[in-house]
Design a protein around this ligand. Structure first.
Ligand code: SF4
Ligand code: SF4
Length: 188
């Protein structure tokens, strides 16, 4: 896959997100860092965005690296060929400055509406753990929200990443519409 963003642009995004946190304290203390340990599911990996692999040597001792074919997973049709996954060996311990975008953005996800507007929503995938930030809708730090929104604004300038975010957003919208239909509601 031909990623548009350069290594230096990913480094800048990592820096932007490196100085902010969802809360003023380590939210891992609320849940035993559930999103890192992932309910002890060893198969759960973190996929890297196209081009994000440039930030890794691939032989780091804190994760297992694997490369799969995008076509074998639920990625957009525009994703062809190699997609990279890491599986952490000693979660939740890792070099903080090396955490992938997915870890930095959690519990928020980017959403692109039908008219192309970018926003952030709480992660609504169904992970095998529960996140108190989502369950209890704890207010997140403004600087975390703003930095995450800015990071995704930059990330979706790559059409491949845009396609991923729009695909997930469309699925989300379809689920909301289906639910509304089941409940007989008019969501306009
Ligand atoms: S983001 Fe949620 S699941 Fe992850 S450590 Fe914080 S509170 Fe726990
Ligand atoms: S990279 Fe770090 S923050 Fe992300 S899941 Fe692994 S241990 Fe957790």
């Amino acid at each position: 896959m031909k990623a548009k963003l350069k290594k230096s642009e990913f480094e800048e995004i990592y820096r932007l997100l490196g100085s902010v946190s969802p809360l003023d304290y380590d939210c891992g203390t609320l849940c035993g860092a559930a999103c890192c340990t992932k309910g002890d599911d060893p198969e759960m990996g973190i996929y890297l965005l196209p081009g994000e692999e440039k930030l890794f040597e691939r032989d780091e001792d804190w994760f297992v690296w694997s490369t799969e074919r995008a076509e074998d997973y639920d990625f957009p049709d525009s994703w062809k060929g190699a997609v990279h996954f890491i599986r952490c060996k000693t979660p939740p311990v890792c070099p903080r400055e090396k955490r992938p975008i997915q870890c930095r953005s959690f519990p928020l996800l980017p959403h692109i509406s039908e008219d192309g507007e970018l926003s952030l929503v709480y992660n609504d995938f169904e992970p095998p753990y529960s996140c108190p930030l989502i369950e209890e809708e704890l207010p997140l730090n403004d600087d975390f929200y703003e930095a995450t929104l800015e990071a995704w604004r930059r990330l979706i300038s790559d059409p491949l990443i845009y396609d991923l975010v729009r695909m997930d957003s469309k699925n989300r919208e379809d689920s909301v519409k289906e639910l509304a239909e089941l409940l007989g509601e008019d969501i306009g």
